[in-house]
Design a protein around this ligand. Sequence first.
Ligand SMILES: Cc1cc2nc3c(=O)[nH]c(=O)nc-3n(C[C@H](O)[C@H](O)[C@H](O)COP(=O)(O)OP(=O)(O)OC[C@H]3O[C@@H](n4cnc5c(N)ncnc54)[C@H](O)[C@@H]3O)c2cc1C
Length: 291
Amino acid sequence: MAKIADLLAAGPTFSFEFFPPRSDDAERLLEKTLQELEALQPSFVSVTYGAGGTTRERTREIVTHINRDTSMTAMPHLTCVAHTCADINDIVTGYRDEGFENILALGGDPPALSDAEPEPEGDFEYALELVELVRSIGDFSIGVAAHPELHPRSKKDRQLDRDHLATKLRAADFGVTQFFFRADDYLSMVDDLAARGVDKPVVPGIMPVTNAKQVQRFAQMSGAEFPPDLAARLEAVAEHPEEVRRIGVEVATELCADLLDAGAPGLHFYTLNRSTATREIYANLGLGPKS
Ligand SMILES: Cc1cc2nc3c(=O)[nH]c(=O)nc-3n(C[C@H](O)[C@H](O)[C@H](O)COP(=O)(O)OP(=O)(O)OC[C@H]3O[C@@H](n4cnc5c(N)ncnc54)[C@H](O)[C@@H]3O)c2cc1C
């Protein structure tokens, strides 16, 4: 295993994100994807955590499997909202004792509750509190989430959202962004952070569009704007899934090349547990495995 802050210092890094599968078929697909993407020798990979702890055991099992049975370094995501300090202590101490060196520390979203359901017990409001607790438990390289187009709950106050991000990054070692489609959104976030004296590496998150409707839904949830010109291009070929994929890969390749040219410290691919689009973008960028 390796500390991601060290990998970034030697950068650029290339990394892939997975989520815990929910069925046997999905589990087999993830296993196949892991094998296919291992061949690209990523700098690290990460595995998401269900908000409120819904994948607590699954996330740990998958990162443990990747670290033990493959050549890849796996970083668990962890969210803190709706968790007690005791929960988080248990989880993070477990990771430390198993030799994990990296954690992506997130706020997470509060569960959607019906009127009848009680608020879950929880000691945390913001990701920064998790960063501080993780720091006190072990010698981890700690990553945090960054939202180039602002967090959906902070759209009204750009300066304040950037202030919170700057404070969080000062306490952490690196950031990984929500996906976005315009390099300028990422670059203006980096400028906003520099104006606040923060130069911690923030790795752009890349979501290749292979299914326009699905990505438009994700974009709505995450506060990213789906550019109207891209939507129109995809709409024109909506009946031809292969053409949608081809355009999605082409657009993502251009975005990746622009970001690397502009000095981004790496690229983090949201794979959705599939390998093809990521492998194609890798090939287009001439990135192949390290020799
Ligand atoms: C790379 C990446 C990976 C992710 N992985 C997961 C995952 O595995 N599981 C999952 O459930 N979700 C995941 N998310 C989504 C994330 O949990 C949500 O976006 C969540 O709503 C906020 O998380 P955060 O870490 O950005 O929170 P925070 O940093 O806590 O920010 C949340 C909001 O609070 C505001 N804020 C921060 N500090 C303060 C303060 N002191 N006072 C007032 N307001 C403040 C911020 O401006 C922002 O609007 C991921 C997001 C990204 C970008």
